[in-house]
Design a protein around this ligand. Structure first.
Ligand code: GLY
Length: 395
């Protein structure tokens, strides 16, 4: 039960005695809060700028197949389970009056040169071994699907089940849905947890009075390990993995691209994700540079160069935005969702390259844990206290 009345916009209300305080208002924190609130729990989200971290920068690909990496079969299964949740989750948000821009558009993978073709074929063979839905394409078959492709493209693959959601519309939809469901938004920074009698009982804020809660859920993306007051080694070791992204725009009436295009260009991965409003999101670099959000000219240059190698029409698009975000990387590339060894403290983080994809699955897992005390399958197989092995391969 809430100890204070609800404001008209649920903003900056002192919230005491909530069932849960979620630290982090990205898509993971917001969707978990929304799910929990819909199950009758009182929930508060703490974030100085909700939805404006990695969730804002992302391209919104829902890509269990094209993100599949050698040696990570269980992660692929998890990602497929996450992908299965998306149509229903998008429909529920729409029913709540907030369309997140889910688009079942499929993905085409292409290779820029002969060596890229060989690399694409190796991945394709692995994906086929796993029984994933992929089909090899000749160069002309690629061009039939994507007429604007460069004539130099050496063929690729069709991945009909890898879709997309407009991540910025998703943020807006979740904020609206949270508001309607009574989730309280506190525009502040969580500095530390409050420990009492060996358990976490609330959160100390940078600028406001402390919040008390039955459970504190850390969903702060790449910043999840930095929360004060938590005993050493309890929070998972999340690291920031920087990604540069470029946003372009063309006429919505004559889109350059209808489906997501992923390419390998002289060994470098590149993707172009078209939105219905004519925006094309081009990404992304993968850099280990700590908490650095600066936008570098060289990274933007390379992304644009690779994008126009695949799709020469990129030259005619308007350059709208260059931005960088921080993926929350985990040592083994699997997320952490569930309780820590400290009573009252749970986490939902480490989703690395798949945060948007895992939104619905993680939200259900967090809400189920808050409601019933246990994380449901399949995420229960990856508890926050697990022994960590380094990733088999990091793209
Ligand atoms: N999932 C795409 C990326 O992390 O760049």
């Amino acid at each position: 039960m809430w100890a204070t009345a609800r404001s008209s916009h649920n903003i900056d209300v002192m919230a005491t005695g909530a069932d849960a305080v979620v630290i982090g208002g990205g898509v993971i924190g917001l969707s978990a809060a929304w799910e929990a609130a819909q199950r009758g729990l009182s929930v508060c989200v703490v974030d100085p700028a909700p939805g404006h971290g990695a969730s804002w920068v992302a391209a919104g690909m829902l890509a269990p197949v094209t993100e599949a990496t050698f040696g990570e079969e269980p992660l692929v299964r998890l990602a497929l389970a996450a992908s299965d949740r998306w149509p229903g989750f998008a429909r529920r948000l729409e029913e709540a009056g907030a369309d997140p821009g889910f688009r079942a558009c499929g993905t085409v993978v292409v290779a820029a040169d002969a060596s890229d073709r060989a690399a694409v074929d190796r991945v394709l063979a692995y994906q086929q071994e796993l029984g994933l839905e992929v089909r090899r394409l000749s160069a002309s078959e690629c061009r039939a699907l994507v007429p604007a492709l460069s004539p130099g493209v050496r063929g690729g693959a069709a991945v009909p089940g890898d879709h997309q959601v407009d991540n910025r519309r998703l943020v807006a939809a979740l904020l609206a849905a949270c508001d309607a469901a009574g989730v309280r938004m506190v525009a502040d920074r969580a500095e530390a947890v409050i420990m009492a009698g060996g358990r976490v009982s609330g959160v100390v804020l940078a600028g406001g009075p402390p919040l008390t809660a039955g459970t504190v859920v850390v969903a702060a993306g790449a910043h999840s390990s930095g929360l004060g007051g938590v005993p050493e080694g309890v929070l998972p070791p999340v690291r920031p993995v920087k990604g540069h992204v470029v946003r372009l725009r063309g006429p919505a009436s004559a889109p350059l691209l209808e489906q997501t295009l992923r390419g390998l260009v002289h060994g470098r991965p590149c993707y172009l994700v078209p939105r219905q409003d004519g925006t094309v999101v081009v990404g992304a670099t993968s850099e280990e540079r700590g908490f650095d959000l600066s936008v570098q000219a060289g990274a933007v240059h390379t992304l644009l160069d690779d994008a126009r190698t695949l799709l020469p029409g990129v030259d005619e698009l308007e350059l709208v935005e260059c931005i960088a975000g921080l993926r929350p990387g985990s040592p083994d590339n699997y997320p952490w969702v569930g309780p820590t060894v400290v009573p009252g403290l749970a986490v939902a983080t480490g989703h690395y390259r798949n945060g948007i994809l895992f939104t619905a699955l993680t939200a259900d897992a967090v809400a189920t844990f808050l409601e019933r005390g246990a994380v449901p399958p399949p995420l229960d197989a990856y508890p926050p206290g697990r022994a960590l092995e380094p990733a088999a391969h990091t793209p």
